[in-house]
Design a protein around this ligand. Structure first.
Ligand code: ATP
Ligand code: MG
Length: 283
């Protein structure tokens, strides 16, 4: 079957940087824009995206309220004796999931684990768009490049950016297309402005070298944790409910909207158009 869905992979090899949170917000935002969305959780051990959606279904049942939700699949790591057998089986499962979701989706959102694995690498090689959330610190910069922290100089590629490069080549060889790589800063605080400036400058230099684009990120906000527990996203909150939105929630929602515009602009070039007559607003 011809692939028509646009695949967005959320990846990096650092735990806890916001992949699952951003993947969920992206999926719900696209649904609310009128697109059909499928999701795949490749981090079945932690299963954050799967648990997030489970909480959403519980919320829907409890409140008898209809909320847009994606068609979801979760892929377990294989546990055979031989690595070859594991890889073959995992590849078969991923291709099957992509094929199934491709039939019913304009976008397929894939959440990957915060560690290197065959399945994660393979998923990267199918990404039309790769989104890498990174915590806003020097420590996370070495995810993107090998940096001499004493002189703030870039010495070479990082393990992760080399891996992305390899998957870009694989994708190019397979279907002739590239991966659009977007890096977003997450959990930004506005405390240390000097550090922020150095990080921003370094990121700018690394982006040209590693060939990614910087997208607007999210601030550090407790609301993300609260929403996870309810199975909701910022885009599900209503102005006229529970006393309205707080200023922090309104700012956070705007940050999500800004990111979505970068990841999947409404003017998306022909790969997926929202069905006519449906809302095109992100919320
Ligand atoms: N902008 C933010 N502000 C505050 N908390 C956040 C923010 N983004 C994510 N978090 C919280 O940080 C934790 C880790 O986020 P998340 O699970 O999305 O990261 P991850 O990259 O998927 O982690 P892993 O690599 O373990 O899969 C969660 O508790 C989440 O609610
Ligand atoms: Mg996760």
């Amino acid at each position: 079957m011809k692939k028509t869905a646009h695949i967005i992979v959320f990846g990096n090899e650092k735990g806890g940087s916001g992949k699952s949170t951003t993947a969920m917000h992206t999926a719900i935002a696209l649904l609310r824009m009128g697109y059909r969305v499928g999701t795949i959780d490749l981090d079945a051990r932690q299963g954050t995206l799967t648990r997030y959606l489970k909480k959403r279904f519980d919320y829907i049942t409890r409140n008898n309220e209809s909320l847009p939700s994606p068609a979801h699949m979760s892929i377990e790591r294989s546990r055979h004796e031989s690595v070859r057998q594991n890889n073959d089986e995992e590849e078969a499962f991923l291709l099957m999931a992509l094929d199934e979701l491709n039939r019913v989706s304009d976008f397929i959102v894939i959440d990957t684990p915060g560690t290197d694995s065959f399945l994660s690498r393979l998923a990267h090689s199918y990404a039309d768009t790769l989104v890498t959330p990174m915590n806003d610190s020097f420590i996370d910069l070495d995810l993107l490049a090998d940096i001499d922290m004493k002189h703030y100089e870039i010495k070479g590629s990082s393990i992760y950016s080399s891996m992305v490069n390899t998957q870009r080549k694989k994708k190019k060889a397979r279907d002739g297309t590239g991966i659009e790589w977007i890096v977003m800063r997450n959990r930004m605080t506005h405390l240390n402005t000097n550090n922020n400036k150095v990080i921003a400058d370094l990121l700018d230099t690394i982006s040209k070298r590693a060939n990614f684009r910087l997208a607007p990120g999210f601030g550090e906000r407790v609301v993300f944790k609260e929403l996870f527990l309810k199975g909701l996203t910022l885009l599900d909150l209503k102005e006229d409910q529970d006393g309205g939105l707080t200023l922090s929630q309104i700012s956070a929602r705007q940050e999500v909207r800004n990111l979505i515009v970068e990841i999947a602009p409404e003017t998306a070039k022909g790969y997926a158009k929202p069905p006519s007559g449906k809302t095109k607003n992100v919320a």
